[in-house]
Design a protein around this ligand. Structure first.
Ligand code: FAD
Length: 481
């Protein structure tokens, strides 16, 4: 018998339950990836994600070839392409790892029905999450809306399974070849302008890249993670997010890798626990997505549907996107995002708060920009995090929590090294004023060669005034509903 392995958001060979099961079934296996921009309701990947995907697919193709697994890439509606490929190869079964978006899950139900109707079995697995989102419940059997009880409930489900081994060629019996297209023809890369230079410098997408980045983190980042993970000026977090997004690494691999690092004494239990809790936030986002399928487009708390957002002015949105707001930590963040496709978590919170609270712009505007520019743009994490900052989500920060960008900058980037890395105009501004250059005494900026309004923008809003405006807007909402 032959089997088809359909790769989706699991672009790896190691710890891939669907691949492992297909090989264990004894079938001759053919692998397939389908670039699907057509299925209704499925959100098309953003620009940075497409850039990542191109490299990831090339890397996967190479890895499949190395173990003798035939692999084809096709383009089109999965509901047509997958059954078609199954018929063409004459397989008796299709294997895949589950997806969690509502539209994706719907498509999978339909594809399964079609295949089973033709006598082709479907076997699906969890390759993406430590726990299925529907398995974690309150004692009363309800979904959970708050992280801490969610994570406590998840932990009672026991230790996540150990990662499955990476298959070697001796385990592979090659299935029928399938025609496919080459990655180039998918036109996933930007052309004019080519904005991906910074991404190329920053990342090595693919499973091998994930292994290297994880190794570097285990060697030097995990130790002290609990204290330093909030420091954007340090290389203190794993940068595993794009690899998790595309499934080049699994959370199970990370869960167990940090344990091993702690066992040999290179990290402390507190670091391991904290890191695992961050994986827990990712699980929680998927739990929310499961229970609020419109997480990226609708306020979880419906009372916010009446919120008096400002009509976003082109100028404000543009200044935010380009990192020209006059708030150095915000600008450094938005420039890091644009040049590298990634942004430190603390700074994500600061820039999101700035857009939503200081500019009073609807969180969906920011969510969409992140979706397009992040290499880790994730349907669950991005939407859940934006709603969390906005105060509209299930487990939201209270609306009156408004980040003060200069205080946040001074706390988390105390020497200004992070700002200097992305806002070169301010390189010579002393640390004391780098997060609030407008407040510097006369002479300080001149000595640093900076004239506000000429070399670096004046603030587009006054934070204190903006904060009062935001609180008034949120206050009006409370009395109206
Ligand atoms: P590490 O600190 O090394 O953490 C390890 C992993 O845990 C991460 O890769 C990630 O999968 C998970 N994780 C860590 N922090 C969080 C968190 N706060 N919420 C959920 N999962 C977390 N994360 C995405 O993966 N994709 C997104 O599109 C995304 N959008 C965000 C938007 C906003 C406004 C905010 C505030 C956060 C967003 N995050 C998103 C969450 C978080 O910022 C990133 O996961 C994290 O910065 C990735 O860096 P890292 O891999 O070095 O994290």
């Amino acid at each position: 018998p032959a089997a088809l392995l359909w790769f989706r958001e699991d672009l790896r060979l190691a710890d891939n339950p669907a691949l492992d099961a297909a090989l264990r079934s004894g079938a001759a296996v053919t692998a397939l990836y389908v670039l699907d921009d057509e299925t209704e309701g499925q959100r098309a990947l953003g620009g940075a994600s497409r850039w990542w995907l191109a490299r990831s697919l090339r890397s996967l193709a190479k890895d499949c070839a190395a173990i003798g697994l035939p692999f084809a890439i096709r383009r089109g509606k999965a509901g047509i392409a997958v059954p078609h490929a199954a018929r063409e190869t004459g397989v008796g079964a299709v294997f895949w790892n589950r997806r969690y978006g509502a539209a994706e899950a719907r498509a999978d139900v339909a594809i399964r029905a079609e295949l089973e109707g033709e006598g082709i079995a479907v076997e699906d697995f969890n390759g993406r999450l430590l726990h299925e989102p529907w398995d974690v419940k309150s004692r009363a059997g309800e979904p959970l809306r708050v992280f801490s009880p969610f994570w406590r409930a998840a932990m009672t489900r026991g230790e996540p399974r150990a990662p499955l081994p990476r298959p070697t060629s001796s385990r592979v019996s090659a299935g029928p070849a399938l025609d496919g297209v080459d990655v180039e023809s998918l036109a996933l890369d930007p052309t004019k302008p080519d904005w991906a230079g910074g991404l190329r410098n920053a990342w090595e997408p693919g499973e091998a890249g994930a292994r290297k980045a994880l190794g570097a983190f285990l060697d030097s980042g995990l130790k002290g993670y609990a204290e330093t993970r909030d420091r954007p000026d340090m290389s203190a977090t794993s940068r595993m997010s794009p690899y998790l997004r595309f499934g080049e690494v699994s959370p199970h691999q990370l869960w167990h890798a940090v344990e091993a690092a702690a066992a040999d004494g290179s990290a402390r239990a507190g670091d391991v626990e904290k890191f695992r809790a961050e994986l827990g936030w990712r699980e929680f986002s998927y739990h929310l997505l499961q229970n609020f399928p419109d997480l990226a487009s609708r306020n979880v708390q419906q009372r916010f549907d009446d919120f008096p957002w400002s009509a976003p002015t082109q100028g404000d949105v543009r200044a935010w996107r380009k990192g020209l707001t006059g708030y150095p930590i915000v600008d450094a963040g938005m420039r890091q995002l644009w040049t590298t496709g990634w942004l430190h978590n603390r700074v994500r919170m600061i820039v999101a708060s700035f857009l939503i609270k200081d500019l009073l712009i609807d969180w969906r505007e920011g969510e969409a920009w992140f979706w397009d520019t992040l290499v880790d743009a994730d349907p669950a994490n991005n939407a859940a995090s934006w709603q969390w900052v906005a105060g509209t989500g299930a487990d939201a920060a209270p609306y009156f929590r408004v980040f003060n960008p200069s205080l946040q900058g001074a706390r988390h980037d105390p020497d200004g090294a992070y700002v200097r890395a992305f806002v070169p105009e301010l390189t010579r501004v002393p640390a004391k004023w780098i997060h609030a250059p407008w407040a510097a005494p006369p002479g300080v900026l001149e000595a640093a060669g900076v004239s506000l309004g000429r070399d670096y923008p004046k603030r587009i809003v006054d934070h204190d005034a903006a904060r009062s405006r935001a609180l008034a807007a949120f206050g009006s909402l409370k009395t109206r509903t």
